[in-house]
Design a protein around this ligand. Structure first.
Ligand SMILES: [Zn+2]
Length: 508
């Protein structure tokens, strides 16, 4: 649009200049004209030389950045977190039996980064349904004590695979695992799994930090098209069905980590889509697991890590078979490969990170009478939800009205901003934040640090349906959120971005 309006102006000016020149040359003798031209030669040469120098000056920072000295240190580690025994699987309340084997292993992976001022950031990704706040708090405390890593220097991200084990919630759980109807035996298995997971994650962070070695960072991106909006308006309201006309975010952001020799050491990539191609009884990382696997097979010795975007209302379509999960994985891996062959934007330090809580409000909670009525519901999930809230009312005298929502922003010099939202944020958040935040590329992740339930935008909240509030019945939270939800989430992001992008001298 801009180019179209600017160019004609420039062209018409050029034509006017030429006309003026023609008029002038008609009024002088040929000899004089030649002399005049000769006079211009040194000047033209100077302009040409200056142009070359300018070009050099303009190109230099870029070239230097591409071949920049490795002013980063990066460390990598990964660990298998596939349960060693059969466990109840997370993601679908309708499952009727525990897991039966695995398609491939589930992994936790860590990327430790250290800038030239020795500020550190550790990004941990897990092939799991989520990360609970209690797990985040435990790990944050431990890595703070053992590795002096500050809370804002730890970013946890879950792939939200629906083919992983149930992770027992603690702090915000009233009826804990009964949403899955777990037996005491399976609850115990889940607790044991989380205890082992905690230790593995703690060691993983330590290993990544221990392996810090010179590296260069670059940002690039591509696109993949298999995520589709899954909120379709029907006569019965919004239902989970493919909606090709709904909003999507097909961006595949990629952070590449290269060694000083130019060898690819790691690739961190994102995509805004549920890992729900599969709904069977074998452990599997779904499309994100396959994408990581394919990338690691293609780049010997490199670690591939997946960060989920704002895919709260996005599903991979078509879905339902292992072959489709592999195909979506291949599509995503191909997008990452496409990003890798395109020119990466150098990412320099320093790292500036912020991690804060914003209070999200729930809508007016149901009354005791309403809850008692709901305990007679024929829908077992609605019944259990009402029972849980009644229990909360009895135990604490009230039903909670707010949720402490975690937001994290990481700024890499003037080159990249990563916004990490908690919960299952819907796609409106990434589209809005990327549009609103000017400056360097913005990578919006969700499912980070505390995966507790859906985070609807105002639009989705008002439309209703599963992500708008219906899914709250599968959590111990009262739900739905109050209409202020989007404003509160977005305002806090802006606040944190302003904080981490502020010039160093004005920062506290
Ligand atoms: Zn989900």
């Amino acid at each position: 649009m801009n180019r179209q309006t600017v160019n004609p102006v420039r062209n018409s000016k050029g034509r006017k200049n030429m006309a003026r020149k023609a008029k002038f040359s008609n009024g002088v003798k040929t000899q004089q004209r030649k002399l005049a031209m000769l006079k211009w030669i040194p000047a033209l040469c100077l302009i040409a030389i200056a142009g070359l120098i300018c070009q050099k000056v303009v190109e230099l920072p870029c070239a230097r950045a591409n071949e920049q000295r490795p002013d980063w240190k990066a460390g990598l580690a990964s660990v298998v977190i596939t349960p060693e025994q059969s466990m109840w699987m997370a993601g679908y309340a309708a499952r009727t039996k525990p897991s039966e084997g695995k398609v491939h292993d589930l992994y936790a992976k860590a990327l430790a980064l250290e800038d030239d001022q020795r500020t550190r950031l550790v990004i941990v990704t897990v092939d799991l349904i989520g990360i609970t706040l209690s797990l985040r708090e435990w790990l944050e405390k431990e890595v703070g004590q053992q590795y002096k890593l500050p809370p804002e220097g730890l970013l946890l991200s879950a792939s939200h695979t629906h083919s992983g084990p149930v992770i027992r919630e603690t702090k915000y759980s009233i009826y804990g695992d009964t949403v899955y109807g777990l037996s005491p035996e399976h609850i115990q298995k889940s607790q044991q799994y989380v205890e082992t997971l905690q230790q593995k994650l703690l060691q993983l962070v330590g290993q990544a930090i221990d392996s810090l070695a010179p590296a260069r960072l670059g940002y690039t991106h591509a696109r993949a098209g298999f995520a589709m909006n899954r909120r379709l308006k029907t006569e019965q309201g919004y239902r989970i069905r493919p909606n090709p006309d709904g909003p999507v975010d097909h961006d595949v952001p990629v952070l590449r980590i290269d060694g000083p020799d130019g060898e690819l050491r790691a690739v961190l990539f994102g995509y805004a889509c549920h890992n729900t191609t599969l709904s069977f009884y074998e452990f599997c990382g779904d499309y994100a697991g396959f994408a990581q696997q394919y990338l690691e097979e293609a780049h010997d010795g490199a670690t591939a890590m997946f960060i989920t975007g704002c895919g709260g209302d996005q599903n991979p379509y078509p879905r339902g078979t292992l072959t489709l999960a592999q195909q979506h994985g291949r599509a995503l891996a191909n997008a990452v490969e496409a990003a890798l062959v395109s020119r990466a934007r150098p990412v320099r330090g320093p790292i500036r990170a912020a991690l804060e809580t914003v209070t999200l409000k729930f809508a007016e909670p149901p009354t005791r009478q309403q809850l008692e009525q709901e305990t007679k519901s024929t829908n077992k999930y609605e019944r259990r939800h009402a029972e849980a809230l009644l229990k909360e009312l009895e135990q604490t005298g009230k039903i909670r009205t707010t949720y402490p929502y975690l937001e994290q922003v990481v700024q890499f010099g003037n080159d990249l901003t990563i916004v990490a939202l908690a919960g299952e944020a819907v796609v409106d958040y990434s589209l809005r934040l990327k549009a609103e935040l000017a400056g360097p590329p913005v990578w919006v992740a969700a499912y980070c640090n505390d995966v507790f339930g859906y985070v609807p935008s105002l639009r989705v909240l008002q439309e209703g349906g599963y992500e708008g509030g219906g899914a709250m019945r599968y959590t111990p939270l009262p739900g739905p959120f109050a209409p202020s939800v989007e404003k509160r989430v977005v305002d806090k992001v802006h606040e944190l971005v302003n904080k981490v992008r502020a010039p160093l001298e004005t920062r506290q």
